[in-house]
Design a protein around this ligand. Structure first.
Ligand code: SF4
Ligand code: FES
Length: 256
């Protein structure tokens, strides 16, 4: 890599295991190219730690191109850091100044227990999806592409909700640790499409029930989730979730 380099001071949450106490530990990341991503900067710090025989900082990542949802930490108090619509893996060191102090912490929510350092257990999201984030479709040969017509405006809206990568930043940003934006995006995506119609009611009820069973909090319309979402999922998905849930409950008592 070429170009400008900076040295930054890090305060990183280190926690050896789920059932052990954690603390902030100071590190210096020296001569970091401003062209590096945030995770590449952590890679450099880890290489140095490993060379010294110390334990590397644990953090999650996979695609490193903003599509898998594996990465994520709270950077200077903001999930995924300072750039709107940007995952931690797509954040670049040019966003930071020479000598700046950067705090790095894991998502903090009861339903996302810390496993080690910056990694958290997000299987609660998997269980919400398993509760209703599916469709039933007949097996067999592929259908003709035009068999089920979907109006363009609805397919565009569904696609916008389907952009959720399940990173959990919305939960980390919320003072209630609510998962309504995530669950709302999943419910909205399928509620807008004819393929999602057969399980429409049961999906909304089961996913909301699972969300509550996992220990996520209630939504109080703060909007912090929308502000930090790297996929810019709008808060209107929460309104749709509430409408879908209410519709399902009313339908179950024959009110609609
Ligand atoms: S709604 Fe946004 S912040 Fe929440 S899990 Fe999906 S992509 Fe991440
Ligand atoms: S590593 Fe896949 S979204 Fe960041």
């Amino acid at each position: 890599m070429s170009g400008k380099t900076i040295t930054v001071k890090l305060k990183v949450w280190r926690q050896p295991a789920k059932d052990r106490a954690g603390r902030m530990v100071d590190y210096v990341a020296k001569d970091i190219s401003t062209e590096m991503s945030f995770l590449e900067m952590l890679d450099v710090v880890n290489e140095d730690l490993i060379r010294k025989g110390e334990d590397a900082i644990a953090f999650d990542s996979d695609c490193r191109e903003g599509i898998c949802g594996a990465c994520g930490c709270v950077i200077n108090g903001v999930p995924h850091g300072p750039d709107p619509g940007t995952t931690t893996c797509q954040l670049h060191m040019r966003r930071f100044a020479e000598g700046q102090t950067i705090t790095i912490e894991p998502w903090r929510a009861k339903a996302f227990p810390v496993l080690k350092d910056l990694t958290v257990d997000r299987t609660s999201f998997d269980r919400i999806v398993a509760a209703g984030g599916y469709i039933s479709a007949g097996v067999g040969g592929a259908q003709d592409a035009n068999n089920i017509l979907v109006p363009k405006v609805l397919s565009d809206e569904a696609m916008d909700s389907a952009a959720c990568i399940g990173c959990g930043a919305c939960v980390a940003a919320c003072k209630n640790a609510a998962a309504h934006l995530f669950t709302g995006a999943k419910v909205t995506h399928l509620a807008l499409l004819p393929q999602g119609e057969p399980e429409r009611e049961i999906r909304a009820v089961r996913m909301v029930e699972q969300m509550e069973a996992e220990g996520f909090g209630n939504c109080s319309n703060e909007g912090e989730c929308e502000a930090v979402c790297p996929k810019l999922i709008p808060i209107s998905n929460i309104a749709k979730l509430v409408r879908e849930y209410t519709r399902a409950v009313w339908k179950s008592v024959g009110a609609v």
